[in-house]
Write a protein that binds this ligand. Structure first.
Ligand code: DO4
Ligand code: MG
Length: 276
């Protein structure tokens, strides 16, 4: 079952039929531990509605929710960051966090800085080296239960992050720094480890970069990431957690204005954004 956040209300997709719920707020609905059962019960009382355009959906994050992120959860991310931060001593601290018990977790964004499917993401004006980070994103309730998954783009400035790790908040958090969508895939089962994340970047209609990675390559479990973030932070309406990137383009690649970034995750869908 999938949930879409739309201007008209919450759209539930089940067995290729769509149902519109107009009586609930996105963040209250999505932060219930039994949202799968609630959504199943709701559609029994509703009639299917005509197709919605997925391009018109909002990011699946409500105004009372926060977006967090985790990093260096894949080997490729560790290596990419070591390369970009050589002068700042990156070999040491990225290898240490990859191996440590405590993962790298950081606050990524308030909802207003997050775009939905079809929207724009941004490059900072003071950055010279930028990439999208395609990430499986957990949808977590206030009790810490993972009720589903969405697709995330953790836009990152490699020039700022590489200069000094203490600049991470500036490399990661700014207007248009993230995208989420197109839906929340609701499930009470863990995702199959062979589930893959696919990134395609098009420039002028031509593929400039593409790569895929299976989530089995992630060093941490989703539950482990949730447990660290929830240790000392409460989330009355739950939160969304990006689980880190396993795809980092080579050092010669940087995003440009007009690039189209498409991130697909098996079983969830595709998130497409353009760089402003
Ligand atoms: O350590 C910096 C950020 C890491 C990150 O965002 C990732 O690995 O996805
Ligand atoms: Mg990331």
């Amino acid at each position: 079952m999938k949930l879409y956040n739309t201007r008209d209300g919450i759209v539930i997709e089940k067995d290729q039929q769509l149902y519109l719920v107009t009586t609930q707020q996105w963040d209250s609905f999505i932060s219930q531990d039994d949202v799968l059962e609630k959504a199943t019960a709701s559609i029994k009382e509703l009639s299917p509605v005509p197709a919605i355009s997925i391009n018109e959906t909002l990011a699946p994050i409500g105004k009372n929710q926060e977006l967090w992120a985790c990093g260096v959860t894949y080997y490729r991310s560790m290596v990419g960051r070591q390369e970009e931060s050589k002068a700042a001593g990156g070999a040491d601290f990225y290898a240490k966090v990859y191996e440590a018990e405590r993962p790298e977790c950081f606050f990524k964004s308030t909802p207003s800085r997050v775009s939905g499917n079809g929207g724009f993401v941004r490059i900072r004006k003071d950055s010279t080296w930028d990439v999208p980070e395609p990430e499986l994103t957990l949808v977590v309730t206030s009790s810490g239960k993972i009720i589903g998954y969405t697709i995330g783009n953790d836009m990152s400035s490699r020039s700022i992050e590489g200069e000094n790790p203490l600049y991470l908040p500036q490399a990661k958090t700014y207007d248009g720094c993230a995208a989420l969508g197109p839906c929340v895939y609701l499930t009470d089962k863990p995702l199959d480890p062979s589930t893959s994340i696919h990134l395609t970047i098009k420039r002028g209609g031509t593929i400039a970069f593409n790569a895929s990675i299976a989530i089995s390559q992630m060093k941490r479990t989703p539950e482990e990431l949730v447990s660290f973030i929830y240790r000392e932070c409460s989330f009355p309406y739950g939160c969304l957690i990006m689980t880190g990137t396993g795809i980092v383009p080579g050092s010669d690649f940087t995003l440009r204005s007009g690039d189209e970034i498409a991130i697909a995750i098996d079983g969830i869908g595709e998130l497409v954004n353009t760089v402003e």
